[in-house]
Design a binder for this molecule. Structure first.
Ligand code: KMH
Ligand code: ZN
Length: 271
């Protein structure tokens, strides 16, 4: 089995300091969290950024500063969010692609998102996919529901997304696909040959689904964006703590953890 790719979703767009006192917000805090996550076993960091007031932003200048601070400290793969926060206009969501990061997320369908709706109309998805292709940015295909997988495969047929494909199943968002093992196995069974996948279990689904991904040859995303608890009622101390636990479980199960360069090789990214 290939080595495990761990992605650390450090910040998110919806979480506040009130909910998670250790949430990294400033560029320096995010870069330090990225370096610590890499040290703990992450090879990719999934990035949202915040403005000076701590609010989610797609401001290119802030992304530039965060990525530059990360690169000063570590070799981790930077994956920017084009999802932004619920309601962010699609043009703003696309703006950080001008920085030509190694990876960016591409959500391939609309989903109810708690009391909100995370809108991804077909025209918006194609707009983001073409922009990524033009800028040479590898998409991580984010699926919040099973139908998002077939939407993504239509983009491949249209030539808007190139193989090798990397899917992220975000499971357990209220309104999206539930965070259960049968639901995960259904998603995996829907993939074409040669596609790689990871799971991002939301809340209490995070650890169980991570364990399934480790033994099934998938990959794992953890971090405050998805789950802020280390165990029931106990807040995690850091993103790195959540990453370290997944790395430890994986090694105990006999699966080594990929370095960023090894992950680049597995994902078809240029070194
Ligand atoms: N903040 C969510 C509404 C992504 O990063 O691409 C969407 C999201 C997906 O987080
Ligand atoms: Zn995100």
């Amino acid at each position: 089995m290939d080595k495990l790719i761990i992605t650390a979703a450090l910040v998110g767009a919806e979480l506040t300091r009130e909910q998670m006192p250790h949430l990294p917000i400033s560029p320096t805090e995010i870069a330090e969290a990225a370096a610590a996550a890499r040290e703990a076993g992450a090879s990719i960091v999934h990035l949202h950024v915040r403005d000076a007031q701590g609010m989610p932003t797609q401001d290119v200048a802030v992304f530039r500063e965060v990525i530059s601070e990360i690169k000063k400290r570590t070799d981790v793969i930077c994956q920017i969010s084009t999802g932004g926060a619920v309601g962010t206009p699609i043009e703003l969501r696309a703006e950080p692609l001008s920085l030509r990061p190694e990876m960016a997320t591409l959500t391939t369908g609309t989903v109810n998102f708690g009391d909100d709706v995370f809108m991804n109309e077909p025209t918006s998805i194609e707009f983001l996919a073409s922009r990524m292709k033009r800028e040479g940015v590898k998409p991580e295909i984010e699926c919040f529901d099973a139908g998002h997988i077939s939407n993504a495969l239509r983009l491949v047929k249209k030539g808007l997304v190139d193989e090798p494909l990397y899917f992220d199943f975000v499971m357990g968002v209220p309104g999206g696909i539930p965070g259960t093992v049968p639901d995960l196995m259904h998603c995996v069974a829907s993939l074409p040959a040669g596609a790689r996948w990871q799971v991002a279990g939301i809340g209490r689904a995070e650890l169980q689904l991570a364990a399934v991904a480790i033994v099934q040859g998938g990959n794992v995303r953890v971090g405050f964006e998805d789950n802020i608890y280390y165990s029931r009622g106990v807040l995690a101390e850091s993103n790195a703590q959540l990453v370290a636990r997944v790395a430890r479980i994986s090694r105990e199960l006999g699966r080594e953890v990929a370095s960023p360069d090894e992950a680049r090789g597995l994902l078809g990214l240029a070194k």
